[in-house]
Design a protein around this ligand. Structure first.
Ligand SMILES: [Zn+2]
Length: 408
């Protein structure tokens, strides 16, 4: 029987890559090696590397497209204070993660290829390489500024998770709801941000967002959305998972839920809320597929972003095992193609097409200039005396300025 499943997978791999939308390996390199991947004997292509992710493990897992999460933690120690003006180094740190991902691809060109379009990802797969696009995990990483979002897009990010475990000026996080705070959903600035993501061609990722944020985004997004790493709430009542009414709207939206392999989101035994296995993962896949169809599920492992992995899902080499289990439970070749990666690629392509249409409709592809009204603009005191070159500008903007002592 196993031989039949293996042969079926080989056949499917002829034209369908396995796509995973969430991997924190770049973050691991940053905290472990301080970005120095030419030191400490680091070799990504070694069989002895103990992280969940390595080239030999990705190859064994038959991975074709691996999104690299440009994850940087929420730095505000009081993440519920909603004082988003606190100073942080999050933009620097995000750029460092992008740099690591790109240098990793450059160091192993026979295996990895940095890509920024859906066609490039498919092309790299057919060249026998693992395509590696970028993402960010939480809009705290743009510090309230759509300008930063646009520049991240220029640097290659192709999906952005709206939250990590903190609120931001755009939207409310699942972790806030879990802490008993009100669910404010998407802010008016968040609505503008979704429009800008649609226009730029950045996939909107609803993992880590609150229940109301999910609905609010589904009301405004003109493009299909993704959940880059989440599971079914009906099976495991965790705020990081997706409730049935939201799943039904994801179907309508033509989006996709990339199932996370993290034990706490998968576990179904209330006595052991963190213990899970590959069978729980397959249950979540089948639950979502039976509710909204096989066109709306995929993989979002979260490898190297979790300490303990479920039994049977120890590292990135395990995707074929999940696929065999799905075959065993009766999934068709077409179902499996979608799960492997075709669903995510369909969403990515459609986000690109919608972006092209939106850009062509706007004069010179005009950017959205909405700005966060809570922002404190900081200038040196001597600038108070600068002439008002553009009539009216001083009276509009001066109240939000913070004047720093001039240092000359
Ligand atoms: Zn996460």
């Amino acid at each position: 029987m196993d031989a039949i499943y293996r042969a079926r997978l080989e056949e499917l791999l002829q034209d369908t890559p396995i796509v995973d939308t969430h991997n924190d390996f770049a973050w691991l390199l940053r905290i472990n090696l301080h970005n120095q991947i030419h030191k400490f004997g680091f070799n990504f292509n070694s069989n002895s590397i103990v992280s969940h992710t390595s080239i030999p493990k990705l190859r064994k897992g038959r991975v074709g497209v691996q999104f690299s999460s440009g994850f940087v933690e929420c730095k505000n120690a009081d993440q519920y204070s909603r004082n988003f003006n606190l100073k942080s180094s999050v933009v620097r740190d995000t750029l460092e993660i992008f740099d690591i991902t790109k240098r990793l691809c450059a160091d192993y060109p026979e295996h990895l290829k940095f890509v920024t379009t859906c066609d490039e990802a498919i092309g790299a797969y057919h060249e026998g390489k693992i395509a590696m696009p970028l993402a960010i995990e939480g809009l705290h990483q743009i510090e309230g500024s759509l300008s930063v979002l646009r520049q991240y897009y220029e640097l290659g990010i192709r999906y952005a998770t709206l939250n990590h475990n903190c609120d931001n000026p755009f939207s409310t996080a699942a972790s806030s709801i879990a802490a008993g705070l009100p669910d404010k959903g998407l802010s008016p600035l968040g609505v503008e941000c979704i429009k800008e993501m649609n226009r730029l061609g950045i996939m909107v990722d609803l993992s880590h967002t609150s229940y109301k944020t999910m609905h609010d985004v589904l009301n405004v997004s003109q493009a299909p959305v993704i959940f880059s790493h989440s599971c079914a709430w009906a099976l495991t009542h965790h705020e990081r998972n997706v409730r049935d009414d939201v799943l039904l709207r994801v179907k309508e939206n033509r989006g996709v839920v990339q199932i996370c392999f993290f034990g706490e989101f998968l576990a179904q035994d209330p006595d052991h809320p963190t213990r899970a296995s590959i069978n729980d993962l397959v249950d979540h896949i089948f639950y979502i597929a039976s509710l909204i169809g096989w066109e709306h599920v995929g993989f979002g492992g979260d490898y190297d972003g979790m300490e303990v992995t479920p039994v049977g899902l120890e590292d990135v080499s395990k995707y074929p095992d999940v696929i065999y289990k799905c075959m065993e439970r009766g999934a068709s070749d077409e179902d499996i193609r979608g799960l492997m990666g075709n669903n995510l690629l369909r969403v990515w392509k459609s986000v690109e097409i919608i972006s092209d249409i939106l850009k062509s409709k706007m004069p010179r592809g005009r950017a959205i200039e909405a700005e966060w009204e809570g922002r404190k603009w900081e200038y040196f005191e001597y600038l108070q005396d600068v002439n008002e070159v553009f009539p009216g500008s001083k009276s509009i903007y001066f109240p939000s300025h913070k004047w720093l002592p001039s240092n000359h």
